[in-house]
Ligand binder design. Structure first.
Ligand SMILES: [Zn+2]
Length: 214
């Protein structure tokens, strides 16, 4: 097959296709045009499945970004539920009964704050769903700032606000991760989540994933 293919081309002895995955698409006056084979398409569900996860019906973001957010959200909610015994970050005085009562609420809003703050764990905290909703709790931000300073030290909320201003008004942008960086950070989060949560259901859920990663 290879010999027959080469013999029709004016490419000299010892010609080898430069890359696996190249295929002949046209033969014209002794030249050959090579085109990269179309990359095998991986379905959206498969993308999640390769990390041992079920794809939610409406992920917040597409692709690996959506997977990273899903894991970070779970990590921050579980962490805060354990560490602060379910206390809502915004000092409303209410408590979550389960980590899933929480949203992973942004202090500086996800959209306009740039990539710098989008996944910063200090900017993302366990907040009750009703509080993380501008319709029901339009003024939760002030209490959120107090909660941040209480947990992480005075000036924390201001510092996050300054970083928001850097992105929104001072032209300091942070480059989003590459696909390779997303993959690396997703795998790191999976490891962290396994450590954070000793609960049986979670251990079972990620057991297979961790086997695959090791
Ligand atoms: Zn609250």
């Amino acid at each position: 097959m290879t010999r027959a293919f080469n013999s029709t081309l004016n490419v000299g002895k010892g010609f080898k296709p430069r890359k696996v995955g190249l295929k002949r698409t046209a033969l014209k006056r002794g030249t050959v045009r090579l085109k990269r084979s179309a990359k095998k398409k991986i379905s959206k569900a498969d993308l999640w499945r390769q990390y041992g996860l079920e794809r939610p019906s409406k992920p917040r973001y597409n692709g690996l970004k959506g997977i990273y957010w899903r894991l970070l959200s779970e990590k921050r909610r579980r962490e805060d539920f354990i560490k602060y015994k379910g206390e809502c970050i915004d000092q409303c005085g209410k408590y979550a009964r389960d980590w899933q009562d929480f949203d992973a609420g942004h202090f500086m809003a996800a959209g306009p704050s740039g990539f710098d703050l989008l996944f910063d764990p200090v900017n993302v905290n366990g907040q009750l769903k009703g509080c993380n909703n501008p319709t029901f709790s339009p003024n939760a931000g002030h209490g959120y700032a107090r909660g941040l300073d209480k947990r992480y030290g005075p000036g924390t909320a201001d510092a996050l606000y300054e970083r928001y201003c850097d992105s929104a008004f001072r032209g300091k942008t942070t480059k989003e991760w590459s696909q390779i960086e997303y993959d690396r950070n997703i795998r790191a989060l999976l490891r962290e989540l396994k450590i954070i949560n000793g609960a049986e259901d979670f251990a079972n859920h990620f057991e297979r994933v961790m086997k695959d990663l090791s």
